[in-house]
Design a protein around this ligand. Sequence first.
Ligand code: PEP
Length: 252
Amino acid sequence: MRKKIVAANWKMNLGLNEGSTLVNDILKGLPKLDETRQVVIAPTYVHIGQTAAQLDGKDFISLGAQNCHTEVSGAYTGEVSAPILKSAGVKYVILGHSERREYCKETDAMVASKVNQALANDMKAIFCCGEPLAIRDAGTQNDYVGAQVQAGLFHLSAEQLKNVVIAYEPIWAIGTGRTASSAQAQDMHAHIRSVLSAQYGAAVADNMSILYGGSCKPSNAAELFGCPDVDGGLIGGAALKAEDFLGIIAAM
Ligand code: PEP
């Protein structure tokens, strides 16, 4: 049975003290979750050590990172590799986020190689995909997202895919306050699952968690997460306030 997951993407926000307070407040309010539910917190690299210590020993809330490098080690000033993240206790790595694809010019090939790095280091990849507004307006979002999934993941075996979580994040909904409707989210999640099913078979596709991301908040999370193919969310802005993040976790 696939897991329900709510993952926080802090992006480039919060100082160390603010991050520590936020994690403590989340831990105080978090109900005990069974093994079918998982919370992930992906702070900045600077917070990783501190957050690892705060989450130590808590199986149902895991440490995430927002990126990793395509190489294992070497002369890449300012970068962090998957083995380094693993050594710090990171369990999930967000990869292919639209902000990195846009601002850091990450290509499908780079994202695919980062996925390989995360998996080779026993971490799970949260693989992001999603279309810009022009593609949605043209009505070609299914082909666009299907091609991203193919380019980023289809080199993996079915066994490797067990360690991948997909996050569908329509770019027009990220940080804009404009959420996809539950029908739009369900349609795309079902499409992604059918693309996976065509390549890997229905059993593999049915086992994959597909998260929704894009202006998800406590007031819309229950409706989105109630869709049959929506298995939780990747949360940006609303993950920076304990009360909002806990409200979204409650909806899961
Ligand atoms: C994100 O960027 O992963 C995201 C979902 O952001 P927000 O929730 O702020 O739209």
